[in-house]
Design a binder for this molecule. Sequence first.
Ligand code: BGC
Length: 356
Amino acid sequence: MNCISNNDGKNYVKNFGYLKDGTASTVITLKNDQGTEISVSNFGATITSIKTADRNGIFKNIVIGYSNVTPYEKGTPYFGSTIGRFANRIAKGKFTIDNVEYSLPINNGNHHLHGGNKGLDKILWDIEKIDPQQVILKTVSVDGDMGYPGDLTVQVKFSLDSGNNLRIDYQASTNKKTPINFTNHSYFNLSGDFQNQINNHELILNATQYTPIDSEFIPTGELQYVRDTPFDFNKSTIIGKQIIHTPFGFDHNFVLDKELKHELYNDLYRAATLTDPTSGRSLQIYTTEPGLQFYTGNFLNGTLNTENDLPLNRHTALCLETQHFPNSPNEPLFPNTILHPDTIFTSSTIYSFKIN
Ligand code: BGC
C-alpha cells in the first residue's frame, strides 16, 4: 500500500508487515497539534503505540506494543487489541438463548476468555475510512465463528482530537440474538518505561461496588461494596499500597458509578483516573459502559519482551478495560449483553491524556 502523508510530511498509513499467509497488514498513526501520536493496526484493531508528553515535554510510548504484526499474530496477552465477540470470561464457555445452548471454545482454564483463541483480536479488519484524525475499521464475524450465533458486523472508530482525547466508538449489529462485549486491552505504564512497576501510579476508580469472583475468576453473581476493602479506589490511591492486600494483584470488574460527565462528550461518564506522579502523565477514562476490569498485568512473567527486547515482568503495566460484566450471559441480574437483530449496539470510551 502507498503511504499517505499528513501535513507535516509524516506518513500516517504504513505497511505493518505480512501475516503467515502473505497478507499485508497496515498501521495508521493519528497525530494532533500537541504532538500526541496514536498508532492503530488493522490486525486485531489493535492500538500499537500511544506517544504522549510528560511534564517536561518528553514524548514516550505508554502502552505495550510492537512495530510489526508478527508478534501479534503469534499471540500476545491481548496487548492493545480490540476484544470481542465477548470480552472477559463466559463460564464453561456455555450460555443459552431461547432454549438453545451454545458452546464456545475453552481457552482459559475451564472457561472461555476474550472471544476464544481466534477472536476479533486475531483477524485482519477492513479499513473503512482513514484521515489524520480518525480511522474506522470494520469486520463481519460469521454465524458460528468461535461458536457464537449470528452474523455479527462490528465497526470500531478511533479518533484523536486536539484536546488529547482518544475516543473509541464501537457499533455492532447481528441477524440472530448473540452476546457481545467489546473492550480495548491496552497495557499502560504512564512512565513509558516498562521496566518500572506500576505500583507507584495513583488510581481513582469511580466505583462503589465490584463483582466478586471465585477461584477461577468467574463472578459469584453478587455485587459487593468496596468500602473498607483493598478495592476502594474512590479517592486517589497508590496502587502499590493496595496491591499487597491481594494474592496476585487486581483482576476484577468494578461497577461504575455514573456521576461525572465529560465536558465535551457528555454521554460519557468518568470511570477512572490514573496518574504517574514521577512523569506527571495522567489518563482519564470516560465511558458509556457499566463496568471496568482493572487488571495489573499479573500474568506477565518475563517470558515476553518489549519491542526493545527487555523482559515484561509482573505488574509492569496495567489494563483498565471498560466493558459489561464478565459472564453476563449467565447472570440475568447483570446488565444485558444480548444483542437483538433489530437493534444497533453502540458504546464509546475516551482515553483523555493530561499532564499534572
Ligand atoms: C483478564 C485477565 C487475563 C488478561 C490477559 C484480562 O482482561 O481479566 O485474567 O489474564 O486479560 O489475557
